[in-house]
Each structure stands twice: as structure tokens, then as C-alpha cells.
Design a binder for this molecule. Structure first.
Ligand SMILES: [Zn+2]
Ligand SMILES: [Zn+2]
Length: 177
């Protein structure tokens, strides 16, 4: 039997047949589900040729930080892994992708289905627009964006100005966030 190192607690254990590297203590139903969600989102980032570096430990720490509730409304329970900067940017040379896109610790937060769906219709440049007061009454709100950016350690006022160019936004409107 192969010896494995648990990706959550680091304990060495004997492989039990599961493909997930979680020791028997940590291999709860919840953790197994999260490990799969992470895997799916890492693959998705790779598909778009974006960074895919979020570790399981980092993701669980993020969920713990937000109390397993939605990072946007802070009311509904966590239901989906949400990419602050949409994962579906097809232009990998766009500054968003180069700076903070992908499935990374700087781009992933928990969200509820409702907030995820409301955010869906907004172009990625909403972050620049909202944080610079160009646009108001848009979802997510400035308060949400600032709070989440603080956790993700994104300097909203230091994003390249090219982010506000809306010409490139059209193809993203119907993509998965
Ligand atoms: Zn463990
Ligand atoms: Zn929510």
C-alpha cells in the first residue's frame, strides 16, 4: 500500500483506494466534496490557460475565513466557488488574467447561488468602474468589492486603466463565471 501525505493536515497515512489525498480523519463528506470542487475549478482554469495554483489547504482556509457563508451577501450559506475575476476570460493576454485571474488564492471566494447569478451578467471591468465611482447601483456593491478585495489582497486602486475598456467586454457577457 502506498504511503500518502494528507493535503490538509500533512499526516502520512496509507492509501485507502481513494484518489483524494486526505487522511481518514479528514476525509469527511464535506472535505471530499470540497476537494472535488477544487479539482474541477483547477481544471477549468487550466482549460483557459490561466493560473491554477489554489491548494486544498488554502481553499479550506478561505472557507473558514468567510465562515462557510457567501463572501458577497454574508447571509446565505456557501454554495459555489466564485472567481472574483471571472475564470472564463478567453483572452489570456488581457491584464486581468495576467494579474489576478485563474483559480488561485487571490481570486477564489465562496458565494451563494443567488449572488453568483447576480454577478454573472456583469462585465469584469465592473470592479474598476465600481471602485472608481464610474458606475453605481451595480452588483456586487462597492462595499462587497472592497471587503473581498481586502481578503484577496488586491489593490483596487492600482489596477491597470485598460481594465475599464469596455470594448473587450462583450464576448464575456454570456460566459460562466
Ligand atoms: Zn489529514
Ligand atoms: Zn450571497
Amino acid at each position: 500500500m502506498r504511503k500518502m501525505e494528507c493535503q490538509l493536515c500533512g499526516k502520512v497515512y496509507r492509501r485507502t483506494g481513494s484518489k483524494l489525498t486526505l487522511c481518514p480523519d479528514r476525509a469527511t463528506e464535506t472535505m471530499i466534496r470540497e476537494a472535488r470542487i477544487l479539482q474541477v475549478n483547477l481544471s477549468l482554469a487550466q482549460t483557459y490557460d490561466l493560473p491554477a495554483t489554489l491548494t486544498f489547504q488554502q481553499w479550506i482556509a478561505t472557507l473558514d475565513y468567510f465562515g462557510w457563508t457567501c463572501a458577497y451577501c454574508q447571509e446565505q450559506p456557501y454554495e459555489v466557488m466564485e472567481h472574483f475575476i471571472p475564470i472564463s476570460m478567453r483572452d489570456r493576454y488581457h491584464p486581468y488574467g495576467a494579474i489576478i485571474g485563474g483559480t488561485t488564492i487571490k481570486n477564489c471566494v465562496p458565494a451563494c447561488y443567488d449572488c453568483n447569478a447576480r454577478k454573472r451578467n456583469n462585465c469584469p471591468d465592473y470592479i474598476w468602474k465600481v471602485s472608481n465611482g464610474v458606475e453605481q447601483g451595480i452588483f456586487p456593491t462597492l462595499e462587497m468589492i472592497e471587503r473581498i478585495a481586502q481578503y484577496l489582497q488586491i489593490d483596487l486602486h492600482n489596477l491597470p486603466l485598460s481594465l475599464c475598456v469596455s470594448k473587450k467586454s462583450a464576448p464575456w457577457r454570456n460566459s460562466i463565471f
